[in-house]
Design a protein around this ligand. Sequence first.
Ligand code: SF4
Ligand code: F3S
Ligand code: FES
Length: 247
Amino acid sequence: MAGDLTLRVWRGDASGGALVEYLVPVQKGEVVLDAVLRLQATQAGDLAVRWNCKAGKCGSCSAEINGHPKLMCMARLSALPHGRVTVTPMRAFPIIRDLVCDVSWNEERARRIASFTPPPDLTPGEYRMFQEDVGRSQEFRKCIECWLCQDVCHVIRDHEENKPIYAGPRFFIRHAELAMHPLDTGDRLRELREEDGLGLCNVTKCCTEVCPAGIKITDNAIIAMKERIADQCYDPLVRLVRLVRLV
Ligand code: SF4
Ligand code: F3S
Ligand code: FES
């Protein structure tokens, strides 16, 4: 599409704001970020917007486009319904200004996860893994930390009060990656259950739908971890074996 785009952008800060409508010229093949940056360059020089790579790799340009969490640099204008386009900041995090929000809650959450913990008697040169074990966690390492999955997950999006007790899908995959690592000795299932609030996830799969890295968050991490927890905590046979070992 080429011509003038009606672009509605949320303008404001932590004290409040509103949607402001602009007419922005756009070219064929452009993405939402092109229109937003042209708006900033020509009509709204003080518009706050975060971006870096314009290639879907840095995870900086996350926003909500017509209410859907997306990367602005990956959202082709031609793929959106005809008519005006509305761009708002991610809803699950506090606003700083315009399209920029404070995502530091995610960074604090990341710091709470104990790092990779190999057996103490192994030194780095002695780490050995099968390729299939490497492959299992490679999918999770594609995460670009855009926080779109965190933004869309209703457990925090609609319930701010859950933030202290819920880590969110991005950190479920981090824990799954560690739990599936054959050399990690951390008690990842206990952390997922007791500290990350995995039980609050009711498998809506919205996180998987918005992930720009194509990670199958729900099927390959969340459900896999829920199954392991169920086996460990509720399988009567596993409990019996553990009891016998303790005696
Ligand atoms: Fe973004 Fe996907 Fe990583 Fe979530 S898992 S932060 S949606 S890249
Ligand atoms: Fe939230 Fe994803 Fe579970 S959106 S409810 S973490 S499946
Ligand atoms: Fe880097 Fe969009 S600008 S992901």
